[in-house]
Each structure stands twice: as C-alpha cells, then as structure tokens.
Design a protein around this ligand. Sequence first.
Ligand code: HEC
Ligand code: HEC
Ligand code: HEC
Ligand code: HEC
Ligand code: HEC
Ligand code: HEC
Ligand code: HEC
Length: 319
Amino acid sequence: MNIRRWFGILLFGCFILPAGLFAQDEAQNEEFPNKEENALCLKCHGNQVYPMPVDGTGETVLLKMCRGDRIDTVAYYKGNHGTFTCTDCHSYEYTTFPHNPNLRLEQMPSCLDCHDGDPAVEKYHFESIDEEYRKSGHANLDSTLFSCWSCHNPHSFRLAVRTDINISALVKYDNSMCLNCHVNPVNPDYYLGGGLDLIVAKHTWLPKTENHFRNVRCIECHAKINENVLVPHNIVKKEDAVKRCVECHSTDSRLLHTLYKYQPQQARQTKGFVNSVISGQGYVVGANRSILLNRIGIVLVICTILGIGIHTTIRIILK
Ligand code: HEC
Ligand code: HEC
Ligand code: HEC
Ligand code: HEC
Ligand code: HEC
Ligand code: HEC
Ligand code: HEC
C-alpha cells in the first residue's frame, strides 16, 4: 500500500467522516425544527433533576423532578406528535417558571378537537373509535382521570399496528398501554396491585398465560370486534371477554379480524393459511388451512381407494 492511499484514509477518517455525522445531525434538526424550542422545557422535564432558582441569590439548587412530570425525550420525537412544540398543546405561559398554579385548570385538547373531520386521517375513523370508546367500561371512570390520553401517552404515542412488522414487538407495545395501569405499582391512581403475577392470576383458566400475553394483545379478548376500525376500542365488561379457545384456535380465528387484520390479505388467500401470515412469529394450533395440503390429502385418499380397488379386482380375477 502506498503512502497516498494511507493519506487518503487518514483524510477520510479525520474530516469527511465527522462532517458526514454532523450533516446527519443537521438533517435531523431540519426534520424537527421544534427541537430548540422544546429544549427550553425538556432541560427540566426531560431530566431527573431540574434547576430551581433560589430567591434573590441568583443561585440555583437541583431538585428532583417528579416521575409523572418527566418526559422521555427519545420517545417524544419518535411519536406521531413528535413534530409538535410543547406549547402547541400546553399554554404558552408555561415558558415562565415557577409555573402559574392556575395553569393546572387548563383544559387539554382531546384527540377529536384536532382530528374530527380531518380528511388527512380519515382512514383511522376517529369518530367511530370515539363512539366505541364511549361504550367501554373505562369511559365510566372519572373523565379527569381517564381519557384517550390514558392509553395514548401524549408524549410518546406512535402507531404500531400499521408500521411494526414484528408482531411480538407490536403485542408488547400495545399491551404495555394496558399494563401501565393494570400492573404498574408506580401508577398508584390505578394500580390494581400485585404486578404481572396478579394479572396472570386473573387468567388462570388460560394455559401458558404469559406466553399468550406475549403473542396476543389484551384487546384481542377484551375488545369487541368492529370491522369498521382497525383497532377495536370497545373494552367490554370482564364477563363478556373471550374465554373460548376456538375463537382463536380455529380456521376463522378472530386474530384475523384484529391482530392480523392489517397483514396482507392476499398472502392469506393464496396460501390459505392463517399460520402463513403468522409465519416465523408463532404458530396458532388449529388455525391451519392449507389449500395445497387439502388437495394433496384428497389425491392421497383417491390413490389409496384406487390402489385398494385395483388390488382387489386383480385378486378376484386371479382367483
Ligand atoms: C426550570 C424547570 C422547568 C421548566 C423550564 C419548565 N418546567 Fe414545567 N414543571 C416544572 C416543575 C418542577 C413542575 C412540577 C411542579 C409544578 O407544577 O410547578 C412542572 C410542571 C409542569 C406541568 C404540569 C402541571 C400540572 O398540572 O401538574 C406542565 C404541563 C408543564 N410543567 C409544562 C411545561 C412546559 C410546556 C414547559 C416549556 C414551555 C415547561 N413546563 C418548562 C419545571 C419546569
Ligand atoms: C399533542 C399534545 C401535547 C404535546 C405536544 C405535549 N403535551 Fe404535555 N400533555 C398533554 C396532555 C393531553 C397532558 C395530560 C395527560 C393526561 O391527562 O393524562 C399532558 C401532560 C403533561 C405534563 C403533566 C404530566 C402528565 O404526564 O400528566 C407535563 C409535565 C407535560 N405535559 C409537559 C410537556 C412538555 C415538556 C412537552 C414538550 C416536550 C409536552 N408536554 C408536549 C398534551 C401534550
Ligand atoms: C393539538 C392537536 C392534536 C391533538 C390534540 C391530537 N392530534 Fe394527532 N395529530 C395532529 C397533527 C397536526 C398531526 C400531524 C403531525 C405530523 O404530520 O407531523 C397528528 C398526527 C396524528 C397521527 C398520525 C397520522 C398519520 O397518518 O401520520 C395519529 C395516529 C394521531 N395524530 C392520533 C392522535 C390521537 C390518538 C390523539 C389523542 C390521544 C391525537 N392524535 C391528538 C394534531 C393533534
Ligand atoms: C384502553 C386503551 C385505549 C384507549 C382509552 C384509547 N385507545 Fe386508541 N388505541 C389503543 C391501542 C392499543 C391502539 C393500537 C395502537 C397501535 O398498535 O398502533 C390504539 C390505536 C388508535 C388509533 C389508530 C388506529 C389505526 O387505525 O391505526 C387511533 C386513531 C386511536 N387509537 C384513537 C383513539 C381515540 C380517539 C380515543 C379516545 C376516544 C382512544 N383511541 C382511546 C388503545 C386505546
Ligand atoms: C389509565 C389506567 C388504565 C389503562 C391504561 C387501562 N385500564 Fe383497564 N381499568 C382501569 C380501571 C381504573 C378500571 C376499573 C377497575 C375496577 O373497577 O376495579 C379498569 C377496568 C378494566 C376491566 C374490567 C372492566 C369491567 O367492566 O369489568 C378490563 C377488562 C380492563 N380494564 C382492560 C383493560 C385493557 C385491555 C386495557 C388496554 C387496552 C386497559 N384496561 C387499560 C384502568 C386502566
Ligand atoms: C385469551 C383471552 C384474554 C387475554 C389475552 C387477556 N384477557 Fe383479561 N380476561 C379474560 C377473561 C375471559 C376475563 C374474565 C375472567 C373471569 O371471568 O374469571 C378476564 C379478566 C380480566 C380483568 C378483570 C379481572 C378482575 O377480576 O377484576 C382484567 C383487568 C384483565 N382481564 C386485563 C387483561 C390485560 C391487561 C390483558 C393483557 C395483558 C389481558 N387481560 C389479556 C380474557 C383475556
Ligand atoms: C385471543 C386468541 C387466543 C385465545 C382466546 C386462546 N389462544 Fe391459545 N394461543 C394463541 C396464540 C396466538 C398462540 C401462539 C403462541 C405461540 O406462538 O407460541 C397460542 C398458543 C397456545 C398454546 C401453545 C402454547 C405454547 O407454549 O406452545 C396452547 C396450549 C394454547 N394456546 C391453548 C389455549 C387454550 C386451552 C385456550 C382456551 C382456554 C386458548 N389457548 C385460548 C391465541 C389464543
């Protein structure tokens, strides 16, 4: 290797590579022009501690930020509302600290305040989802404590079912929305006590409970199927939840109407296989229907009958 090549490598390593990294950084900032403004809030809300000015001294002390007021910055920018500035939803008055206590009375916008009748998001059917939600048991809870935001964290929610190809990651993400309250000890408002063991204990009739929780979403059993929406939102009374195994372990598995509804319909029809859609990610006993296997089966049966027939005829003739 000659000296010029070494020089070239050195030049690339020292200048071009870092320049490329900076360029990427800039591209990211371009995508999120809100980053700079949000940093004013996130320097406190994105950290475990925040600087509190001490009266009249010009000094600051570090105080602990309550867990509930902390925001995961990375998740924020990955979310569907990652292009928002904090003050798009919150009062501009929050830019001063200490915050005015009256701001707590501020009414937060609901999903429909922005998305009602918006043609850009027509495919999600917000109105139908809203209707469904109103029928669910959760809607009877105090509305200041429970709303769409209780599952759709305003600072991190992102669509998963339309974007995640990996079903286990999707199941984990969607179930985390429920488990956040149903097993979470740091959410005392709703903590029903006991951790995952408790929720498993409530489902003892279901064999391999934790395995099921890793492979199907809570809403598969707890929400009523509605063909108009991709994600059913009517969480029915616990007595009406799915308990019959064949609802999933059958050829017309309800999973096809919910969890796997978005998977290519074509793949299902041509392969005629529930498990072909699920392929590589799990196997639902009883949900098989392979058209090819069916045909091979029929051919085998016919061959067997023919074989026996020919064999018998020959024996009769020879006798
Ligand atoms: C100097 C640190 C600091 C900055 C900067 C800051 N906050 Fe806060 N914020 C806090 C602390 C501490 C609390 C909890 C105590 C309180 O409510 O005052 C809080 C509470 C809040 C709350 C919850 C109030 C409630 O109902 O409990 C909201 C919403 C909020 N901040 C939004 C913002 C927004 C938006 C910005 C940026 C425009 C911002 N904050 C900037 C420290 C800060
Ligand atoms: C899409 C609208 C939206 C955006 C953007 C938004 N928030 Fe919020 N925020 C909300 C809603 C709604 C609540 C009340 C949540 C609830 O009722 O469960 C909330 C609550 C809060 C709270 C109180 C703690 C909590 O989770 O209840 C803080 C603190 C807060 N937001 C800070 C911020 C900061 C800082 C930003 C910017 C980085 C921001 N928010 C951006 C909608 C938003
Ligand atoms: C303050 C207005 C506002 C509120 C409140 C709001 N959204 Fe949005 N939402 C928007 C805007 C604007 C966009 C487009 C953002 C973009 O493209 O960067 C969006 C994007 C989305 C998207 C992605 C759409 C797509 O096709 O990319 C989804 C899903 C969504 N919002 C769901 C919700 C849900 C669920 C709620 C309530 C829990 C909610 N939004 C509350 C304004 C809002
Ligand atoms: C009990 C929890 C819960 C509540 C409450 C809830 N949602 Fe959802 N929502 C979910 C889950 C889980 C998903 C699936 C997210 C994913 O995987 O993309 C979802 C998805 C959505 C989607 C995207 C659907 C699609 O076709 O991709 C929209 C829009 C939506 N919810 C709107 C709302 C609105 C509006 C409300 C309040 C009226 C609400 N949600 C309340 C759990 C909830
Ligand atoms: C914000 C917290 C919270 C979230 C998130 C949440 N729940 Fe709940 N859920 C509750 C509370 C509170 C109750 C009422 C408990 C009671 O009355 O004992 C409840 C009740 C229920 C019940 C019993 C309903 C009945 O009427 O018999 C079911 C089933 C349930 N939730 C399932 C779910 C599922 C599935 C999800 C996720 C899609 C979810 N929950 C998300 C707080 C939550
Ligand atoms: C295979 C279907 C199925 C799945 C998956 C499932 N559940 Fe259930 N769940 C049920 C049935 C059925 C009941 C009613 C049990 C009974 O009658 O004893 C129930 C009961 C409950 C209750 C009420 C418990 C009580 O007695 O108060 C809650 C809360 C609950 N489930 C939450 C969840 C959560 C959270 C998940 C996801 C991690 C989940 N479930 C997954 C079928 C299911
Ligand atoms: C909501 C749909 C659903 C319901 C209801 C359901 N299952 Fe399953 N079950 C699944 C899925 C999906 C898998 C695949 C898990 C995997 O890939 O390992 C599975 C796997 C299993 C397995 C294999 C577990 C393993 O570790 O290999 C058994 C056994 C099973 N289910 C029994 C039952 C019985 C018994 C019932 C009724 C009491 C039932 N299931 C109800 C969806 C369901």
